[in-house]
Design a protein. Structure first.
Length: 160
């Protein structure tokens, strides 16, 4: 079942790439006491994610933070090395927190997992965005068709 507005995010853990290598980070470290914009993508380096979804958050970084957001984070069912490379490639280091959900545990726990095995991609995340305030989901946008409409940075800016 998909998480709903008003619910707390479940306990979670991710990995992030740092200058010292891969490091674990908990959901509490990311969300507790903070306002966070989190968006999920099916895969780092995939065309829609790299060309249409992530760029909106990079372009609107300052405008999003100006509305009281502490952190902008992207999560994908990719390993930490891929997410680290994607951060460097996109110029998003230091602007967006790139979270590796390597086994899809977070995606499954919030009901946003997506089986793309038929297209050779295996378990992935649905494309989504959410606003999380102190661990509680206050806005949730899940794409129901291909493209980036509901989960875009423009939509998040309307909701902040």
């Amino acid at each position: 079942m998909t998480i709903s507005v008003g619910e707390k995010l479940p306990a979670s853990s991710f990995k992030v790439m740092t200058a010292d290598g891969a490091k674990p980070i908990t959901g509490d470290e990311i969300f507790a006491g903070k306002k966070v914009v989190l968006f999920g993508v099916p895969g780092a380096f995939t065309p829609t994610c790299s060309n249409n979804h992530l760029p909106g958050y990079l372009e609107n970084h300052d405008a999003i933070l100006a509305r009281g957001v502490d952190t902008i984070a992207v999560v994908s069912v990719n390993d930490v090395h891929v997410m680290g490379a994607w951060a460097r490639f996109t110029g998003g280091e230091g602007k967006i927190l790139y979270l590796a959900d390597g086994s899809g545990d977070f995606a499954k726990s919030v009901g946003l997992d997506n089986d793309l095995s038929a297209s050779g991609m295996g378990l992935r995340s649905k494309r989504f965005s959410m606003i999380v305030d102190d661990g509680k989901v206050v806005a949730l946008n899940v794409e129901t068709k291909s493209g980036v409409d509901e989960s875009s940075a423009a939509k998040i800016l309307e909701q902040l």
